[in-house]
Design a protein around this ligand. Structure first.
Ligand SMILES: NC(=O)c1ccc[n+]([C@@H]2O[C@H](COP(=O)([O-])OP(=O)(O)OC[C@H]3O[C@@H](n4cnc5c(N)ncnc54)[C@H](OP(=O)(O)O)[C@@H]3O)[C@@H](O)[C@H]2O)c1
Length: 243
């Protein structure tokens, strides 16, 4: 199951999973777009693709969605949460509704979905929960700290969930992409920059990481080094930097 499959990274993950022969349930709010993606994946790869409406902010709908997809057929093997929302930092600072939406889409909704799916996977005795967080959650920066803190919360939540599920055969994979060329970052990144990855490259890393049941994936890999350096800067120095 891939949530946030209508665009960017989620769409590329769905394509990569279909290419490697996995039947899929794909979800997001835009079901018309998802139907077009599903038709394309069925035709190209001969897999079964079902569309489900998913609204991250409709918390009450999450458990029934998981039960519908997992409970009746009982063969849900894994879930990828790739939905997300990023407004400008200025908008988040001046409009609390935007800040709250950022936190609720990126963090609260993932808690809601993951708890429901974890319960199912523990009963099933297996499963992979893969969630797209961000390098932005590794250190708060003045230019993006509302979005970054929603991802920091998500990363800490996934750490705890992984720790809880370690005795079972349920894997929890945290994905930390750097800059990725998707509609979310349209107009924000330098085109052609070496540090900007394609969603297809990130999706390939995600699918490989899920197959190997990795705990944390930085994608592309060099972001692990970049973030180690950024996190090692002392706070008294970091707070004075224009970041
Ligand atoms: N792009 C980057 O540089 C980058 C870097 C690090 C991490 N990330 C993370 O990677 C994930 C995917 O981002 P992306 O770059 O692929 O962004 P994107 O192209 O803008 O796609 C966002 C996806 O989230 C879904 N979505 C947004 N609000 C939703 C809501 N309220 N309910 C349900 N679905 C919702 C959208 O579907 P609908 O509009 O159809 O609902 C869409 O499928 C996000 O978690 C993002 O924070 C991105």
């Amino acid at each position: 199951m891939v949530l946030g499959a209508s665009s960017g990274i989620g769409c590329a993950v769905a394509a990569e999973l279909a290419r490697t022969g996995h039947d899929l349930v794909i979800g997001s709010r835009d079901t018309q777009k998802l139907e077009r993606i599903a038709a394309d994946l069925r035709l190209r790869h001969g897999v079964d693709v079902r569309v489900e409406a998913f609204d991250a902010l409709d918390f009450a709908s999450h458990r029934p969605l998981i039960e519908r997809c997992a409970g009746t057929e009982g063969d849900l093997a894994g879930i990828v949460l790739s939905h997300g929302y990023m407004a400008t930092q200025e908008k988040g600072q001046s409009d609390f509704e935007t800040a709250r939406r950022t936190i609720d889409v990126n963090f609260t909704s993932c808690v809601s979905v993951c708890e429901a799916v974890a319960e199912f996977f523990v009963k099933r005795g297996d499963g992979v929960i893969c969630v797209v967080s961000s390098v932005a959650g590794d250190r708060g920066r003045q230019s993006n700290y509302i979005y970054g803190s929603s991802k920091a919360g998500l990363t800490a939540y996934l750490q705890g969930l992984r720790n809880r599920l370690a005795p079972s055969k349920v894997a929890v994979v945290t994905v930390k992409p750097g800059f990725v060329d998707t509609p979310m970052t349209y107009g924000l990144l330098k085109p052609g920059s070496r540090v900007v990855a394609s969603p297809q490259r990130v999706a390939a890393d995600i699918c490989r990481g899920m197959a190997r049941r990795k705990d944390v994936i930085y994608t592309p890999w060099f972001w692990r080094i970049i973030m180690t350096i950024i996190c090692s800067i002392p706070e008294r120095v970091f707070k004075k930097l224009k970041t």
